[in-house]
Design a protein around this ligand. Structure first.
Ligand code: ADE
Length: 231
């Protein structure tokens, strides 16, 4: 009855999870390899979706339709927003918004998807509490809760980042979370998004990203392994 779906955008983000994963079969669909097995004893399907909202949405729907997952967690790295948030900190999403969705010429606020009941996708309370507890119990990183914004853009401009903070109250930016969140919401599947900060989404973002990514992916994977053991 309980089957966890775990989506990473990139191979590097999934790799550190494999330590705790006992795999029994793989299925390829839409060019994505779905790994079925047990993560710390919990029946799970792990998958690398590829980067961006379209990949993430397709991947989520396949997890729900073909693998009947009961919960979805999106895990990986993100750009930190605001002066409190530094590389290697962890951000647990409270809700997610697509920051690049823009129908403002028709009178809608930034990020609003017309004709959808709500464009702010709220994370599952139980999963988020578990994520926060799993993140704060161990390791020496800081853990934050906040809004994560998603767009098909790698952010590397302090002015644009300040705008995301002002407009959405964002704590972090990445490229898949809100798409996973929308797909889960439309299907009434509980989800949570756990991200470790790889850069500050400013002018040095590209360099910081390469530098911190190997450590950041380990941080977030450790949290997921703890969550799986507790679910
Ligand atoms: N993922 C990690 N860093 C990012 C950034 N600066 N923008 C978008 N996605 C990211």
């Amino acid at each position: 009855d309980r089957i966890l779906g775990i989506i990473c955008a990139m191979e590097e983000e999934l790799e550190p999870l494999m330590d705790g994963f006992d795999m029994n079969r793989t299925v390829t669909k839409a060019g994505m390899e779905f790994l079925h097995g047990y993560l710390n004893g919990l029946e799970s399907v792990l998958v690398v979706s590829g980067i961006g909202k379209v990949n993430a949405a397709i991947c989520t729907q396949i997890l729900i339709d073909d693998f009947k997952v009961s919960h979805v967690i999106n895990v990986g790295v993100a750009g930190g927003i605001g002066k409190d948030i530094a590389p290697l900190d962890v951000v647990i999403a409270t809700s997610l918004i697509q920051h690049d969705f823009d129908v403002t010429p028709l009178g809608y606020a930034k990020g609003v998807i017309p004709r959808l009941e709500d464009s702010v996708f709220k994370c599952d309370e139980h999963l988020s509490v578990l994520a926060f507890e799993s993140a704060t119990c161990c390791g020496d990183h800081k853990t934050h809760k906040g809004v994560i914004v998603t767009g098909d853009q790698f952010m590397s401009d302090s002015e644009k980042i300040r705008e995301l903070e002002r407009t959405f109250g964002a704590a972090a930016c990445e490229m898949e979370g809100a798409a996973v969140a929308q797909a889960c919401s439309l299907n009434n599947v509980p989800f949570s998004v756990v991200r470790s900060i790889s850069d500050n989404a400013n002018t040095g973002a590209g360099m910081d990203y390469e530098k911190f990514k190997p450590h950041a992916v380990r941080n977030s994977a450790n949290i997921i392994l703890k969550m799986a053991a507790a679910l």
